[in-house]
Ligand binder design. Structure first.
Ligand SMILES: N=c1c2ncn([C@@H]3O[C@H](COP(=O)(O)OP(=O)(O)OP(=O)(O)O)[C@@H](O)[C@H]3O)c2ncn1[C@@H]1O[C@H](COP(=O)(O)O)[C@@H](O)[C@H]1O
Length: 107
């Protein structure tokens, strides 16, 4: 499921060498971190409004925009989505074990 994040991260990395006039992502990099963070903030707000609105397709669309712009932010900071997934996996490893134990499934 997370393969698309890794593949997209590769594209975002490659866009660091791209002409800003020819690529949306290269254009964002050229505008700098503050512009990227502004986009993350805008997309977060649009996601919240979509969730309040209650249209499922709209929520998915806006969440994709939000995730995409956080991936651009991570790439700009030379961070990888795998690092975020590892952090989530580490947390799940802790709480997931608790859940398994509660269900009597612990090994
Ligand atoms: N997944 C995306 C993606 N999601 C959203 N967006 C862009 O994010 C922007 C969303 O912002 P808005 O809705 O506010 O639209 P906007 O007014 O055009 O944006 P601003 O002028 O405010 O920055 C749109 O321009 C979308 O096209 C994306 N642009 C690119 N990608 C992926 O990134 C890859 C590299 O893209 P390029 O750099 O364009 O080649 C592509 O192959 C795609 O896979």
């Amino acid at each position: 499921m997370s393969d698309i994040l890794a593949q997209l991260a590769e594209v975002l990395e490659a866009r660091k060498a791209e002409d800003p006039a020819k690529s949306y992502v290269a254009g964002l990099y050229a505008k700098g971190l503050d512009r990227i963070l502004k986009k993350v903030g805008e997309e977060a707000t649009e996601t919240v409004l979509a969730a309040k609105d209650g249209d499922a397709a709209h929520v998915v669309y806006e969440t994709a925009d939000l995730w995409f712009h956080t991936l651009v932010m991570l790439a700009y900071l030379d961070l990888r989505p795998e690092q975020v997934l590892e952090e989530l996996a580490r947390r799940f490893g802790v709480s997931g074990l608790d859940e398994k134990a509660a269900r009597g499934q612990a090994e």
